[in-house]
Design a protein around this ligand. Structure first.
Ligand SMILES: C[S@@+](CC[C@H](N)C(=O)[O-])C[C@H]1O[C@@H](n2cnc3c(N)ncnc32)[C@H](O)[C@@H]1O
Length: 227
């Protein structure tokens, strides 16, 4: 199988996985905590009454955090099931079924948050997704992205196994276990390179490990160029 076909199949699997878990997603325990604080910071960096893009928003777990600051929130997601749950919250001013790769907003938002989702994006698509976020946010606005990291052994084991099965994988990709059909772990240095290439200046960074230490999230708060 060629890589483009395989990645299309993986993306379809990810949509199906999130559609299937949407109704119970908000009841699943969530063992990391820094996200909400970063979302509040992004919202407060936006002008009063401004609008934050939550992409992808999932069930809208962080909508209330934005709304509590007096800012408006718009959500996009590629899973209709997750969007239906987000709509139930009645907080977002608009919701659209849309992929990160397909967003074409131009300076439509004061800031953006991309939480616990970039692991579903393959390396080929990272530059396009970051370009889409940068274009969506007004000059100088905040762009917050989380990036999952896992232990090297997990990456190496998955790469050896998938390559042995003849799949067109690159190192960092995992398709089995708790990965919603597909995860890619680029590592901090590669992400910093992609952010810089897009003109996104990192203004704060943090890392929080999950409970067993085998995985965690890195948090990047960046600014779009002021041009
Ligand atoms: C773990 S959930 C996180 C949702 C939300 N940001 C949160 O923190 O609760 C990941 C979400 O990303 C969405 N997603 C994954 N890949 C996507 C893509 N390429 N374009 C749009 N949405 C995507 C999934 O449908 C799912 O709703």
């Amino acid at each position: 199988m060629d890589r483009a076909t395989w990645l299309r199949e993986r993306r379809t699997a990810t949509v199906a996985e999130y559609d299937a878990m949407a109704s119970e997603y908000d009841t699943l325990g969530y063992p990391v905590t820094l996200q909400a604080g970063f979302v509040e910071r992004v919202a407060l960096l936006c002008p009063a009454g401004g609008t934050v893009l939550d992409a992808p928003c999932g069930t809208g777990k962080y909508f209330a955090v934005v709304a509590a600051t007096g800012r408006r929130v718009v959500g996009i997601d590629q899973s209709a099931g997750m969007l239906a749950e987000a709509a139930r919250k009645g907080i977002a001013v608009s919701l659209e079924r849309l992929g990160l790769q397909e967003m074409a907003f131009v300076a439509a938002f004061d800031g953006s948050v991309t939480i616990d989702a970039m692991e579903n994006v393959p390396p080929e698509d990272w530059p396009r997704v970051l370009a889409n976020l940068r274009r969506a946010v007004r000059p100088g606005g905040p762009v917050y992205v989380t990036v999952e990291e896992v232990a090297d052994e997990i990456v190496e084991r998955a790469f050896a196994d998938l390559a042995a099965r003849g799949l067109p994988v690159v190192r960092g990709e995992v398709i089995e276990g708790d990965v919603a059909g597909y995860h890619y772990y680029p590592g901090r240095e590669r992400v910093l390179g992609w952010l810089a290439a897009e003109g996104l200046t990192v203004v704060d960074e943090a890392y929080e490990a999950g409970p067993n230490g085998e995985w965690g999230y890195r948090h990047f708060l960046a600014r779009t160029p002021r041009d």
